[in-house]
Design a protein around this ligand. Structure first.
Ligand code: WQD
Length: 351
């Protein structure tokens, strides 16, 4: 069984990917310092797969400790790198923390990849690298605009660091640009655990519906879109996860056309905020308490993916539609409520 190192394996997208890799015959080890995650998802992974995932509680900024994981697992043939800070707003408040964490950890990891001649590397990138695009849908060739936040800048820089690195290494890389990952695993054993007040739309919807938040705001209804609210490309987290397994297989089978290939991971459908809310209400039967508020600074007006490259080259099959995204997100919110005390005990940071 080929062994893959997943960084951030206890996080939202990382945990779903670990499950998909194991279900597709890969052996997986994880590095996650649990600074933004909890063992709760680790337990969920074990329950779904029936295997015990080995997670190294190591901060990737610590080079020696990171290197030791590679020394202990000399048979690693590929790395999927998720571990990073990802809150756009927080990155504006604490830019140095974002640059230091997201870039130092990437550089340390690539130094290990070089040291051990790891042939395959997959990177979590983001549609934030496109900024506010001139036309939609965006393809992988759509020119990048200046990032709207330090978080987005770390993804642009991360991509650039990898492009430079692979030119002089025996490694091939894939950059996966996620659009808006939402929903939870159909088993309802893993899902998203946002830190503090949720910034993202779907957790804001589910937390409002369950009563954790008194009311939610739609940030602006005067944009140039079909109903005035912003338009995004929501994609189920399990579909995002399966694309990682396919990307790793693509590299293993030497199907890549260059040293570094880029794929958009979106559904290819644009959905407005008001349409997303409507879908949630219809699927769950919950009436959402929301009001129209002012625009959120830094929001892109409208973006969705042209995903042809991933669909054709990776043979990526999207399984979940918007209704399923909302249904699984809601089921997960109900489960989180049930297990809240246990989660708080496991990681007080998540309160
Ligand atoms: C979606 C829409 C909000 C909350 C995210 C990540 C970013 C990147 C891309 C991966 C926007 C509106 C939200 C609320 C609202 N992903 N909204 N009320 O901004 O597209 O960015 O996906 O790297 O890192 O953060 O996602 O979920 O925050 O917002 O009206 O309470 O929902 O204005 O139009 P966004 P989001």
């Amino acid at each position: 069984m080929p062994k893959i190192l997943v960084t951030g394996g206890c996080g939202y997208i990382g945990s779903h990917t670990v499950v998909d890799l194991i279900e597709n015959g890969f052996d997986v080890v994880s590095i996650d310092d649990n600074s933004r995650s909890t063992n709760y998802l680790l337990d969920g992974i074990d329950k779904i797969t029936g295997k015990k995932l080995k997670n190294y509680k190591v901060d990737l900024k610590n080079f020696d400790e990171t290197l030791a994981v590679f020394q202990e697992n000399e048979d690693i043939i590929g790395v999927i790198h998720f571990a990073a800070y990802k809150a756009v707003g927080e990155s504006v408040e604490k830019p140095l923390m974002y640059y230091e964490n997201n870039l130092c950890s990437l550089i340390n990891l690539l130094n290990c990849v070089k040291e051990f001649n790891i042939p395959h590397f997959v990177f979590s990138s983001s549609c934030t690298v496109y900024g506010n695009p001139d036309s939609i849908p965006v393809t992988e060739q759509t020119p990048e605009k200046k990032a709207e936040s330090p978080y987005g800048a770390t993804k642009q820089m991360g991509e650039e660091i990898i492009r430079s690195f692979v030119k002089v290494a025996e490694t091939n890389a894939i950059l996966l640009r996620y659009f808006n990952p939402v929903g939870a695993h159909p088993s309802n054993l893993i899902g998203e655990l946002p830190l503090g007040k949720p910034q993202n739309l779907v957790p804001a919807i589910t937390q409002t519906a369950i009563g954790k938040l008194p009311q939610m705001q739609v940030y602006g209804n005067d944009y140039d879109t079909r109903d005035g609210s912003c338009l995004r490309d929501y994609i189920h987290v399990s579909d995002i996860a399966s694309a990682h397994t396919l990307a790793m297989r693509f590299l293993l089978e030497n199907k890549n056309t260059g040293k570094c290939e880029v794929f958009n991971l979106g559904s290819g459908n644009g959905v407005t905020v008001l349409e997303a809310i409507k879908a949630f209400e219809t699927v769950t039967g919950q009436k959402l308490n929301y009001k129209i508020g002012p625009r959120r600074p830094g929001d892109v007006v409208a973006i969705y993916a042209n995903n042809n490259h991933a669909v054709s080259a990776l043979n990526w099959q999207i399984k979940y539609d918007l209704n399923e995204m909302m249904r699984t997100a809601w089921a997960w919110e109900l489960k989180v409520k049930e297990d809240e005390e246990l989660m708080k005990k496991q990681n007080p940071v998540l309160n």
